[in-house]
Design a protein around this ligand. Structure first.
Ligand SMILES: Cc1cc2nc3c(=O)[nH]c(=O)nc-3n(C[C@H](O)[C@H](O)[C@H](O)COP(=O)(O)OP(=O)(O)OC[C@H]3O[C@@H](n4cnc5c(N)ncnc54)[C@H](O)[C@@H]3O)c2cc1C
Length: 412
């Protein structure tokens, strides 16, 4: 059984070949990637969360609606973790880093001296700024968050979701599937607009409207309304109050880097790293926390400031990439971004990046009417994204066009 607790180790100095901070999709993949490539050195994997490593996508879907017990969201079973021969320190946050000195300090006072460090700390859910704490208000990032929300959804009648990004839409779909009255409030004109653009975002709006979700787009939230310490409503920009038994704030996350202040690393909405995902000598970053390719103009839309991808596939791909780089491979990390989302039995998939500005959308397979299609999104005649709606096969095939050097015949 992997080690889950740890005696207090204040002041103890431990030397490890590789230390990985964050034992979720990105961090665990680095550990596995190292072992798979035959690395026999010592690997320490630490995480603030006391749970065995688990996956996050089911937390807004199968775990939240009760189809899966929490254990089913585990990334690996205990035997598989054992076979990796890790020093697994769960429930043990890293609190400071001295990058030039190669030293990491944990909350229990233990100091880990490493040869190589990997930062895979992901995101922290954002709340509503300046809002007093009220019972019945939730964010969703961890397994505990999902279980607490699920418990409250059991007795709630009216649920208000603040934010119609991917996560907000998934939570709304799940709550609606459980029979709750669901209202979603979103300042943008369409749900999931940042991921899909306005035209395809309108399809998400249609899906939710058909299933009985009340969607208030182009609507600001002014604050929450509480009574006796519990939320009773959400006040919109117009002053109207939307009654709520439960409110879910799904307004995105910020990189979990507060503890890295003063570490010597460059922090700018993530850990800034080069196209090999190196943040400093012997320090890498992977997954949601990593802003990679800075200054290199590498793929995935990276410019001077690099790019940070918040999706499950990137966490694994980047984890494998970094494991290889630690062991001597030399390449630039240039992924094709990929996000999927499941809502009301619809799978939406996006390869590439839909730009913020104007773009042209063309349905190249199926139709909006049939609720099964593949769309090309282009800017300046160049294909920049492929969006699939209940069409996994066609979407995967179209992905190849994004990396092709040849002109795309159907580019809008
Ligand atoms: C509810 C939900 C549903 C999602 N659904 C989808 C989906 O359908 N499709 C998709 O593509 N993506 C989805 N995502 C996004 C996807 O799960 C993330 O992109 C992925 O989890 C990123 O992995 P990561 O390892 O980089 O970070 P995380 O999974 O966030 O893991 C970071 C880990 O670091 C730990 N940590 C943080 N700070 C410290 C510290 N100081 N010391 C020690 N440990 C620390 C945390 O406890 C955490 O375990 C979803 C995310 C959420 C929250």
């Amino acid at each position: 059984m992997p080690r889950r607790g740890h005696p207090s180790g204040a002041g103890v100095l431990v030397t490890t070949d590789v230390v990985i901070v964050g034992a979720s999709a990105g961090g665990l993949t680095v550990a596995e990637g190292l072992r798979r490539r035959g690395f026999t050195g010592s690997v320490t994997l630490v995480d603030a969360d006391p749970e065995l490593p688990y996956d996050r996508p089911p937390l807004s879907k199968q775990v939240l609606d009760g189809r899966w017990p929490a254990e089913r969201a585990r990334l690996r079973d205990p035997d598989e973790l054992d076979s990796l021969e890790l020093d697994l320190r769960l429930g043990c946050p890293a609190v400071s880093l001295d990058a030039p000195g190669h030293r990491l300090t944990l909350l229990d006072g233990r100091v880990l001296r490493y040869r190589t460090l990997v930062l895979a700390t992901g995101l922290v859910a954002r709340g509503l700024p300046g809002q007093e704490r009220l019972a019945g208000v939730h964010t969703l990032r961890t397994l505990t968050d999902s279980e607490l929300l699920r418990a409250e959804l059991e007795s709630a009648r009216r649920v208000v979701v603040v934010g119609a990004g991917v996560l907000g839409c998934e939570i709304a779909a799940t709550a609606r599937g459980l029979g709750r009255e669901v209202t979603v409030v979103e300042p943008a004109a369409q749900p999931m607009e940042r991921l899909l653009g306005p035209e395809l975002g309108a399809e998400v709006a249609r899906l939710h409207a058909e299933r009985g979700v009340r969607l208030l787009t182009s609507t600001q939230v002014r604050g929450l309304v509480g009574e006796a310490g519990r939320v009773v409503g959400v006040r919109t920009g117009s002053g109207a109050v939307l009654p709520a038994d439960v409110v879910v704030v799904a307004v995105g996350g910020r990189p979990a880097t507060d503890w890295l202040t003063g570490s010597g690393l460059v922090l700018d909405d993530g850990v800034v790293c080069d196209e090999r995902c190196r943040a400093a000598e012997d320090v890498y970053a992977v997954g949601d926390v990593a802003r990679f390719g800075a200054g290199a103009g590498s793929g995935a839309g990276a410019g001077e400031h690099g790019v940070r991808l918040e999706n499950r596939t990137n966490a694994t791909d980047q984890g494998l990439f970094v494991a290889a780089d630690i062991l001597g491979a030399r390449a630039a990390y240039r992924p094709v971004p990929y996000v999927w989302s499941d809502q009301f039995q619809v799978r939406v998939q996006v390869y590439g990046t839909v730009p913020e500005g104007p773009s042209a959308v063309r349905i190249v397979q199926g139709s909006l009417h049939s609720r099964k299609f593949v769309a090309h999104v282009a800017t300046d005649g160049r294909l920049v994204a492929v969006v699939g709606w209940n069409s996994p096969g066609g979407t995967r095939t179209a992905r190849a066009l994004l990396t092709s050097r040849h002109p795309v015949p159907h580019a809008p």
